[in-house]
Design a protein around this ligand. Sequence first.
Ligand SMILES: [Zn+2]
Length: 355
Amino acid sequence: MDQTPARYFDGKSALERPVTIHLDLHALTISGKSISPIRWPLADLRAIDRPIPGMPFRLASKTEPDARLVIANDAFAAELVKLAPQLKGGFTVERLKRSAVFAAIALASVGLLTYLTLVLAPRLIASAMPDSWRNALGIQIESSFTEGMKVCNSPDGRAALDELARRIRENNPDLPAFTLTVYDTPAVNAFALPGGRIAVFSNLIATADTPEEVAGVVAHEIGHVANRHSEAQLVRAVGLQLLLSLASGGSGGNHLGELASVLTILQYSRDAEREADEYAQKTMTSARIDPLGLKHFFEKIQKLDGDSSILGDLGNMLSTHPVTQERIDAIKPLDGPSRPVLTPEDWATLRKICD
Ligand SMILES: [Zn+2]
């Protein structure tokens, strides 16, 4: 058997042409009425689907990629497959190419997964993290950040600091829980850690001219707490596994020292800073605290840029919360009267909290 009737589609028109195909050792030749004989070399043939006895066998060829040949003759198909074994199915070059495409798609999926882990998951993990983790992480990181620093806790100063925190909470029932600790250190900085732990450096209080400036910075840090920015940044920086180790109070704390810089954990994105600023603006507005305090403080920090004397081991506000003109411009005054954060006496006492 070396020839059989078949149906031929040229791929250009929908027309089905009855043809006769002829098989030799090297090619299939298609001929029929109004068709000049077409030669499909056997090596160029590929099966559209696997040859199944009793089913029409559909073929294509590199010679005419869009054309199809349908053979409804099992014996002929079997003969053809003997001469062109790639039609049997299995690993043909085409299939390999297709699996290469699948491999590429799979690799792209891994890329997507990496993207999700790095970009999306940190926020999800940060907000899903149990409070016990948050607290354990915050305590460990704060102690490793502030090793050797004196905690400023004069009783009157502490009372003034608590009063400042109380003022920020006024008309802000949804504020997250936070604790304030002042450390005696020359860096002009403040930072928020997991578990709502907010550290304020003594030189930040000394640099501020009004309690509104300090309150504005604290409100900004509460914005980082509320948005779980430090937790998300930790997930990005050290990965989930180390976080688990840290949270369980294991040897994770030792790994912190191995990090290039703890500062990287607190270097927030532009978006995170904007979120924290917006949170601060909203919080100050509800509490009737003048947001221009924060604005003035940011302007002051911007001017201090380049003065290396204010750079401590933990950097300054500029390195952990880069202040841009855009951020300064975004801070708007209240649309009505404000109330002072502290009395002049309490402010003077707060400034002496390290004494
Ligand atoms: Zn910030």
